[in-house]
Design a protein around this ligand. Structure first.
Ligand SMILES: *Cc1c(COP(=O)(O)O)cnc(C)c1O
Length: 411
């Protein structure tokens, strides 16, 4: 590393996480009889009840298996740029993922393309609230109503975001959130399902009872991993847990590993134990305060970033209030984005890509998509980088990042 910003931070043994996750405290591990993750979560988003599963992907699997039981439809339409676990979860259920190209320069599915892809085989459409932003659920609902499909809102990255004052995840037939490490509130791995309709909620519970085994070994492992998160999720230790493996992957040119996209098709299904739920319930009490703090920091930093010519930052249109785990930044070309990443990715300042590629460009997903073309998703992946909104990223470090972006955008 010959860059000043990068060199300095790697020598001072400090690593900013790429997203602003909610840190745990050791007393979160002390069970409290009054704390229930389900009740706390339901009251946080204002729904009658929620269902906890062992990951966001597991939540999606339970939702899809439930919908599948009442229908002969077999395809599920998803954005062509999203978490690779989404098509893996769909395939896990024996269903067919259909990648819908994005609107130009935006994370939302193109409404016209969506319209054309949906038909009498469409079981569900999955609008996705990426990067804490609020997705276009309206188009999905409109098309879904026309073809008789369900809408599953993927709010894995957007717990706490609202649209016209109502929480995202609650507009479709089903919504789910992820409690994976780095997504905000975390159980290390976990997921939450919500559904508007009481009958559907009952069916989701039934499916879960039928297809999710106890899996006590998995639960023991996750509890240890959660303790590891409590230990390592701080700037002084994160270099060991995140920075060192990241830089090793980058030096070897392993992009999919560097972005953490090296997922397995074997998605574990098991019950979340009472202790881990208690930890989540305790941490949840700090979530509203944490989200407010992040929103405040984001307001000024977003303005600063958007003032850099040739750099745009995903924001919220009127009526939408997203959350701010990180900034999703688009540069004018792949070349400029790559130049910026070459200087910032290894810097320890919390710069990365969200997902490495458009879905169709992951070798391990190729068999699900064949030769589908999603040019906007590909361009989006190529022009994008993310900047952490962690409160541990100091103002002067953020300024360094802006300076590098400014230089690269002008070049
Ligand atoms: C992380 C993520 C998922 C999957 O959630 P897990 O808890 O990691 O299984 C699904 N969709 C999106 C958009 C995600 O970011």
């Amino acid at each position: 590393m010959h860059d000043a910003a990068a060199g300095r931070s790697t020598t001072r043994w400090r690593e900013i996480p790429p997203t602003a996750g909610l840190p745990l405290r050791w007393h979160d591990f002390v069970p409290r009889p009054d704390a229930s993750l389900e009740r706390g979560f339901a009251s946080f988003i204002g729904t009658p009840s929620v269902q906890v599963e062992c990951s966001g992907s597991a939540a999606l699997i339970v939702a899809l298996e439930t919908l599948k039981r009442g229908s002969a439809r077999r395809s599920v339409v998803i954005p062509a740029y999203t978490c690779p676990l989404v098509p893996l979860a769909i395939a896990h259920c024996g269903l067919r993922p259909v990648a819908c190209d994005l609107a130009d320069g935006h994370f939302d599915m193109c409404p016209r393309t969506l319209e054309g892809l949906c038909d009498s085989d469409t079981l569900a459409i999955v609008p996705t609230h990426l990067a804490g932003r609020v997705a276009d659920v309206e188009s999905a609902l409109r098309v879904a109503r026309r073809v008789g499909a369900a809408v599953i809102e993927d709010a894995a990255q957007a717990l706490g975001a609202t649209w016209h004052g109502e929480p995202v995840g609650t507009f479709g037939d089903v919504g789910f959130y992820s409690l994976a490490a780095g997504k905000g509130l975390t159980l290390y791995e976990g997921g939450v399902i919500v559904a508007r309709d009481a009958e559907l909620r009952a069916a989701l519970h039934r499916t879960s009872r039928e297809i999710v085994p106890a899996g006590r070994l998995w639960e023991a492992r996750r509890l240890l991993e959660l303790a590891g998160y409590a230990m390592f999720y701080r700037p002084s230790w994160l270099q060991l847990a995140y920075g060192v493996p990241l830089r090793r992957a980058l030096r070897r040119g392993k992009l999919i590993e560097a972005t953490g996209d090296d997922f397995s098709a074997n998605i574990p299904l098991h019950r979340v134990g009472a202790w881990r739920k208690q930890v989540g319930a305790n941490a949840l009490k700090r979530l509203p305060g944490s989200l407010a703090l992040l929103a405040e920091q984001a307001a000024s930093r977003k303005t600063r970033l958007a003032a850099i010519p040739g750099v745009s930052v995903a924001g919220d249109s009127p009526g939408r209030h997203g959350v701010w785990p990180f900034f999703l930044v688009l540069m004018e070309s792949e070349g400029k984005r790559d130049a910026a990443l070459a200087r910032l990715w290894m810097s320890g300042l919390g710069i990365t890509r969200l997902f490495a590629h458009a879905l169709v460009d992951y070798p391990y997903l190729a068999r699900h998509f064949g030769t589908v073309h999603t040019p906007n998703a590909r361009t989006f992946a190529a022009r994008m980088l993310t900047i952490s909104n962690s409160p541990w990223l100091a103002d002067e470090d953020f300024e360094q990042v802006c300076a590098v972006l400014d230089e690269c955008a002008r070049a």
